[in-house]
Write a protein that binds this ligand. Structure first.
Ligand code: PLP
Length: 410
């Protein structure tokens, strides 16, 4: 079986991945680069890192863990999560639902996008057995109920998404979605008689470094449940759990779980089940991209991937990622220096200032591995300017940065 398969960016959910995790001995990134000498971006998935992150999260969290598929829908990634014990999936589109159902017929799928198309609701409910839907408006509640054509013996799980005040997360997810407090209370009352199970959901924002954000959000959700005066079955505390980047070292996962457990106890609703929807925290360390340097101008490197590829977050969001050089020729060793990157497109916005740290003797033809790209990297690629070629391999390397307090993957 080939270790490598060309892939197309424009239909990322349609691709096949050639190597089953564990199907044979996996090579390392350095071995892959030495043998393939890739002239297109090479996406490197680390299944063992992903499985171990999933196991660590599930062991620490007192509830069901729903992986947020949007974060990285690569089948190789989904299989690694499954191997790590993940059985619940938070899907945002019918393509994600279809993908998960095809890979894992027994998976529990939850449709957690607050605005869905009518055909997507119908297909998810009727064809794929999806029973849980999130909403933040009366219109969406009406839409869901009309499309599933509910009967007495099949009632949906209805989850009311509550907007949160600013949490300080790098990416705020309460401006676009979430009902304000009064609306959430009204929706809980309206949904209770229609729901098989009723939930409150929130999202603290992606890459939220403050464990107290969950303490405050759980307390607010509790207030909404009490104000509604109806029994709520599930509290879904969303995603947002942070990953490690060069200038962002989050508190250990245990610090978040301690706040969550204490806040749950204070609710004094022992019947309430907890769910979480992590994406970034499970897969960041499990993906990297190897790029090739096409030109050096001073300390700017023109590389073959950029903000329209897997490096979107290095652009507008100014994320820094760990880097290591893989020389195309023997090197005597050189001190480290700070570099910026230009991506391959003709767009001047295709720039990533980093700084990214590499040896000062980096030259045209060398490769750089850019790490911590398992979340919101590969899945954000576009075909802009025709830069739509890349390959995907599975490797056995460790994450380029370990999560604090985590056991390194073997
Ligand atoms: C509804 C929902 N759940 C979960 C996630 C995953 O968030 P994160 O990757 O920050 O854990 C997202 C991210 O956008 C989301 O919108």
């Amino acid at each position: 079986m080939s270790l490598i398969e060309n892939r197309a960016a424009i239909a990322p959910l349609q691709r096949r991945v050639s190597l089953r995790a564990g199907a044979q001995t996996l090579p390392s990134v350095a071995e892959m680069v030495a043998s393939l000498r890739p002239s297109e971006p090479l996406h490197c998935i680390r299944p063992a890192v992903i499985s171990s992150a999933a196991q660590n999260f599930a062991a620490a969290f007192n509830g069901d863990v729903l992986y947020a598929v949007k974060c990285n829908p690569e089948p190789a990634v989904l299989r690694a999560l499954w191997d790590g014990g993940i059985r619940h999936f938070d899907c945002a589109s019918i393509s994600e639902v279809t993908l998960v159902r095809r890979l894992f017929p027994g998976a529990h799928i939850h449709f957690m996008h607050p605005v869905k198309s009518r055909p997507a609701i119908r297909e998810a409910w009727g064809l794929h057995g999806v029973r849980d839907f999130v909403l933040d408006s009366t219109s969406e509640l009406d839409k869901i109920m009309q499309e599933i054509g509910t009967t007495a013996d099949a009632r949906p799980g209805l989850f009311i998404r509550l907007a949160l005040p600013e949490t300080g997360a790098v990416i705020n997810l309460s401006k676009k979605f979430g009902a304000d407090f009064e609306t959430a209370v009204a929706l809980l009352r309206a949904a209770r008689p229609l729901a098989g199970r009723l939930g409150v959901a929130f999202h603290a924002g992606s890459q939220c470094l403050d464990p107290l954000a969950w303490r405050d959000a759980i307390a607010l959700a509790g207030e909404a449940m009490r104000a509604a005066g109806v029994r709520v079955d599930v509290l879904d505390i969303g995603g947002g759990f942070p990953a490690t980047y060069p200038d962002m070292e989050p508190p250990p996962l245990g610090a978040f779980m301690a706040e969550i457990d204490a806040a749950y106890e204070r609710l004094a609703m022992p019947w309430l089940k907890l769910w979480a929807e992590p994406g970034r925290a499970l897969v960041t360390g499990g993906g990297s991209v190897v790029v090739q340097v096409q030109l050096r101008k001073g300390n700017m490197l023109y590389i073959n991937d950029g903000v329209y590829g897997a490096l979107a977050d290095a652009g507008a969001l100014k994320f820094r990622f760990p880097t290591r050089l893989l020389h195309a020729r023997p090197s005597a060793g050189a001190p480290d220096a700070a570099f910026g990157f230009f991506g391959p497109s003709c767009d001047s916005l295709d720039v990533m200032n980093g700084p990214f740290i590499l040896p000062d003797d980096v030259r045209e033809g060398d490769w750089a591995e850019i790490g911590q790209l398992g979340a919101y990297g590969t899945c954000l690629r576009t075909a802009f300017n025709g830069f739509d070629r890349a390959a995907l391999v599975e490797v056995r390397d460790r994450a380029m940065l370990e999560a604090p307090g985590s056991e390194p993957a073997a």
